[in-house]
Design a binder for this molecule. Structure first.
Ligand code: AMP
Ligand code: GLY
Length: 423
């Protein structure tokens, strides 16, 4: 697979995608990233001044670069219609159309698709006024699950037993519309499927840690760490999700005339009554991608190109390393509630020297100095024969990194070996 690839995005997810492309055989010289970040720029060419959400600017740049495949990392360019604009110019795109990306962009659209496709999910009610929200939460009862019906950078969902807090959260997002959902109890799993619009190929399951602090305390974040594989999953889990969730969803979108070409992220809860979808995303998850792609042995560029060009049927089953992978996110002071000022960050090379990978997110080089510039700053990724070994490596590595006020969770993958699901 020797084609010029353009990757859009600037987070640790995109850095993990680039590392996986290179690890599985793509020459670094064939990859350009826009806008990228300080860590990505150390590995491949970056165009930091491109706005990834502008269809016109992205198309112009992709044509100048001679890109044959565009991989869209974040959701915002998808919802802005960047995939459609690139496809109109004959560029193969791994990333769904604006219409299909509504699966992530609108939670009520996702619920409609699931209802039509018979996909198992929690009961939910769409509300446009606070009175409707109050009546829904009182009907469903506590714990209350309140979701903003649009993109809110991982902060639109509140799960709480505090009725006043539930109403206050609904008030702050009421303009987007609110979805009140039944509370689902059980362990969470993220499972990704690559889709060419008509067929799917599963990747390997991962678990994300959404809350800011240890023992699942504190507010929801974009994700503070992840691990893969999940030794506690029931047998045939992947097949069941493919059959009951991924394929019916892809088929329903095709039926609606909005074929889904890209990454279908299935956010699932395994309840006592079976698997339920809590969310779909239309792109790779962050930080799950850091562990999922770390374990991928098959060619990533071949997989994504075949999906983008409608030829997944020719791709043989993917292979993943038997090693386990653990990622831990380093966040700035105050994340996810308040923003810290830009601060110097040091020790990354020392961390890498311990044998881990560092995927950069919010980093920039300013006057020759590496600075942390946002909430989730980077993720360290370690592999090992077992979770004890991989965790030890991840935490040894992250301790080498210094950033004033920063924090990270100490319990990522701590229960990977002991979790049980009731069957
Ligand atoms: P979402 O953005 O929809 O994935 O929600 C963020 C987080 O809120 C999820 O990862 C879950 O931890 C939690 N959550 C969402 N929906 C539910 C639900 N119906 N029941 C319990 N927890 C939920
Ligand atoms: N880690 C959750 C997400 O990417 O949405």
């Amino acid at each position: 697979m020797d084609v010029k690839i353009l990757v859009l995005g600037q987070g640790a997810r995109e850095h993990a995608i680039i590392k996986a492309l290179i690890r599985t055989g793509t020459p670094a010289a064939d990859i350009t990233v826009a806008p990228g970040n300080a860590g990505i720029a150390r590995e491949v060419a970056c165009q930091p001044n491109l706005d990834p959400n502008s269809p016109t600017d992205v198309v112009k740049f992709a044509l100048e670069q001679g890109a044959k495949l565009a991989i869209i990392g974040p959701e915002a360019p998808l919802v802005a219609g960047v995939s459609d604009a690139l496809r109109a110019e004959g560029i193969a795109v791994f990333g769904p159309s604006k219409e299909a990306a509504q699966l992530e962009g609108s939670k009520s659209f996702a619920k409609q698709v699931m209802a039509a496709a018979g996909v198992p999910t929690g009961m939910a009610r769409t509300c446009t006024t606070i009175d409707e929200v109050i009546s829904a939460i009182d009907d469903f009862g506590a714990p209350y699950v309140i979701k903003a019906d649009g993109l809110a950078a991982g902060k639109g969902v509140l799960v709480t037993t505090d009725r006043e807090a539930a109403i206050a959260h609904a008030e702050s997002y009421i303009e987007m519309g609110i979805l009140v959902e039944e509370f689902l109890d059980g362990p969470e799993v993220s499972l990704f499927f690559v889709s060419d619009g008509t067929s799917v190929i599963p990747l390997t399951p991962a678990q994300d840690f959404k809350r800011a602090f240890d023992n699942d305390q504190g507010p929801n974040t974009g994700g503070m760490g992840a691990y893969s594989p999940l030794p506690w999953l029931p047998a045939n889990f992947i097949e069941e999700v493919e059959e009951k969730v991924a394929l019916p969803t892809i088929n329903e979108l095709a039926r609606l005339g909005a074929p889904f070409i890209g990454l279908l992220y299935c956010g699932l809860i395994i309840t006592k009554r079976g698997i339920r979808v809590i969310e779909f995303n239309a792109r790779f998850g962050d930080p799950e991608t850091q562990v999922v792609l770390r374990r991928l042995n098959s060619s990533l560029s071949n997989l994504l190109y075949k999906a983008a060009t409608g030829h997944l049927e020719g791709v043989s089953e993917l292979t993943f390393s038997k090693e386990v992978a653990v990622t831990v996110v380093l966040a700035s002071e105050g994340y996810p509630v308040t923003a810290a000022p830009n601060r110097p960050i040091t020790g990354i090379q020392e961390a890498e020297a311990t044998g881990i990978e560092v995927c950069h997110a919010a980093t920039a080089t300013v006057n020759g100095e590496l600075m942390a510039t946002g909430g989730r700053v980077l993720s360290v990724v370690a592999t090992g024969q077992d979770f004890e070994a991989a965790r030890a490596k991840a935490y040894e590595g992250i301790q080498k990194i210094s950033l004033q006020g920063s924090h990270y969770r100490k319990d990522i993958a701590a229960k990977a070996d002991s979790l049980k699901v009731s069957e």
